[in-house]
Design a protein around this ligand. Structure first.
Ligand SMILES: Nc1ncnc2c1ncn2[C@@H]1O[C@H](COP(=O)(O)OP(=O)(O)OP(=O)(O)O)[C@@H](O)[C@H]1O
Ligand SMILES: [Mg+2]
Length: 229
């Protein structure tokens, strides 16, 4: 294995050019994926890019039940197996009308990093989350602050961020995360989204590469049906 990239020793088998198993049980996460070889190859490639020091983003979109969350779980499991850092946010309907509620949940594990931000960005985040009194939030500074914060978190080790259920995110958080996605370049961050179709929220993710999650191929669908019997 190459010494310069120890992450690759542990990541998806696809990184090693091994035959990719059609089905495997992942430890720690209750996911048993059938098929989806092409999609897993794409997602595995994004993890490899993060391990190599680059950033990448992707929006998975598809109908309810098409397997978006299952693929994200699979990707997070591969990232965890490689010792990569991970953050997960799932949009929930009760918070759709609460501005910045999603971002608040997303950043909670990284609260300590807020203090390390450049002062204008730090203050924008502090006032957005009600930690200090201040003028109305400057949304641009909030978005810049999140971008800077993720780069800071990822500086010691690659970071995979999963934002699932974008259709239920409050619009303010979705706009900020779309802004961040369009600006990531070489921070070793993989930022992945999943949105259900019809995807009203997809416009806030304009410019972010997309991957349609359609039906399973025939072999995988047959295997899944057989499993269910
Ligand atoms: N490739 C697969 N192999 C095995 N099970 C799968 C696969 N894809 C999806 N499933 C199962 O089908 C169900 C629905 O999948 P999932 O929750 O990932 O859909 P989704 O696209 O996230 O839907 P929603 O838009 O409602 O969030 C889950 O129980 C999931 O584990
Ligand atoms: Mg889902």
């Amino acid at each position: 294995m190459p010494d310069q990239c120890p992450w690759q020793m542990l990541l998806h088998p696809v990184f090693h050019g091994e035959r990719y198993p059609a089905r495997r049980v992942l430890k720690d996460v209750d996911v048993v994926l059938v098929g989806r070889l092409a999609e897993r190859e794409v997602l595995g490639g994004l993890l490899a890019r993060a391990a190599d020091g680059y950033s990448s983003t992707l929006v998975l979109h598809g109908e309810a039940g098409s397997g978006k969350t299952a693929l994200l779980d699979d990707t997070l499991a591969a990232a965890a197996a490689a010792g990569m850092q991970a953050a997960r946010l799932t949009g929930v309907e009760p918070e759709t009308q609460l501005g910045y509620a999603g971002l608040h949940r997303f950043l909670l594990p990284f609260a300590g990093h807020v203090e390390r931000l450049p002062v204008p960005q730090r203050d924008a985040l502090r006032s957005t989350f009600g930690l200090v009194a201040g003028p109305p939030t400057d949304r641009f500074l909030v978005a810049l602050g999140v971008l800077t914060l993720l780069a800071d978190v990822a500086s010691p080790a690659p970071l995979v961020c999963v934002v699932d259920g974008v259709q239920w995110l409050d619009p303010e958080s979705a706009v900020v995360l779309g802004f961040v996605a369009r600006r990531l370049y070489a921070e070793r961050v993989a930022l992945l989204f999943a949105v259900r179709e019809p995807a009203g929220q997809l416009s806030v993710l304009a410019g972010v590469p997309e991957l349609a999650i359609g039906g399973l191929d025939e072999d995988a669908a047959t295997e899944l049906l057989a499993d269910g019997q």
